[in-house]
Design a protein around this ligand. Sequence first.
Ligand SMILES: CC(C)(COP(=O)(O)OP(=O)(O)OC[C@H]1O[C@@H](n2cnc3c(N)ncnc32)[C@H](O[C@H]2O[C@H](COP(=O)(O)OP(=O)(O)OP(=O)(O)O)[C@@H](O)[C@H]2O)[C@@H]1O)[C@@H](O)C(=O)NCCC(=O)NCCS
Ligand SMILES: Nc1ncnc2[nH]cnc12
Length: 315
Amino acid sequence: MASDNNVNARACGLARLAEASLVAEARLTPKPGLVDCATTGAHTDMDLSTFMASARALGPLFAEYVAAGAELGPSDPAALADAVRRIGVRAEAAMFAATDGVNTHKGANFTFALVLGTVGALGVDMPADGISALDENGAQEVLDLVSRMGAGLLDHDVRALHERVSASEGSVELSHGEALLLARGMQGVRGEAAQGYPQLAQTLLPYLRSQRSDRHAPGSARIVLLRALVKLMAELEDTNVVHRGGPDALVSHRAFCRALDERDVSDDELIRTLAAYDRELIRTNVSPGGAADLLSLGIFFALLEGLFTLDDISY
Ligand SMILES: CC(C)(COP(=O)(O)OP(=O)(O)OC[C@H]1O[C@@H](n2cnc3c(N)ncnc32)[C@H](O[C@H]2O[C@H](COP(=O)(O)OP(=O)(O)OP(=O)(O)O)[C@@H](O)[C@H]2O)[C@@H]1O)[C@@H](O)C(=O)NCCC(=O)NCCS
Ligand SMILES: Nc1ncnc2[nH]cnc12
């Protein structure tokens, strides 16, 4: 009985950190093209309250992902993927119910389902005062199991998509990601998962770890996370950008962010530049939602690694 209580307590604790990561991402300001405390970015159907309601609705399902992982363990990635996908369908429904049908976190839910199922399966604990729950090797072990689960899901979804298209007489209803997969071979969030979220492992986490020295200074986390977002946007093949602005929009978006990252501007100039870029992406209706999701994931790993506390990200 005690072990069940421990599992439930751990599941709820880790789910709270994941939910807090979604909130910290939504509240980070200014984010170009995205919903934050200042603007709704390139979105007319959602605002910060929509994201808060979405995160709150996903919280209990996040705990279910961890508990499912704890029950199954890491030995059968396909069974674990199947278990979290079944929960994920309910989580997606809970999100849409909380947002009146607006897609706030569909991609984030997919990503956190795989990651939370994995941390449950690997027995990752909650960080305690000054004690991290995960080190760099542990983070890579999580991403390796996520990659095995994601590869199976990608293969399944690509095969199912082609079967759907072949079986359909005429037009078939496709999501933005499915349309880009067929038209351009872009694998979107499914491809990121199948590769073990390379931008997280190779760019985002190394950068956050390099900034750990003054992480608790007031306002530090906000600036560090804004710079991290720029690094992500410079690299990510974000299907949101493409489905809204076409492939050329992704090329110019990544070029802008790469140049901004390389200039290593002052904090004040970073804020001014991102606020101005937000106005530009609003004008062109471009929203890098995929990068926003990966930032949420990076915040979650940073909490587990003790790089941030919940106070640090309560800006
Ligand atoms: C696996 C699914 C979740 C995939 O669903 P779908 O076929 O829709 O997949 P995609 O369109 O390819 O991407 C879904 C979202 O993933 C985010 N994303 C995009 N590119 C990347 C990337 N390279 N890396 C990581 N993540 C990426 C992005 O999500 C965020 O943006 C959305 C909000 O932006 P918005 O522009 O408003 O999006 P739309 O409403 O679609 O556009 P408009 O109409 O407004 O213009 C929001 O989702 C953010 O999270 C992509 O949108 C699904 O098939 C699935 O399996 N569902 C079952 C349930 C489940 O998840 N199971 C648990 C795990 S198995
Ligand atoms: N803050 C945000 N704004 C718009 N789309 C998002 N997808 C994930 N986070 C987002």
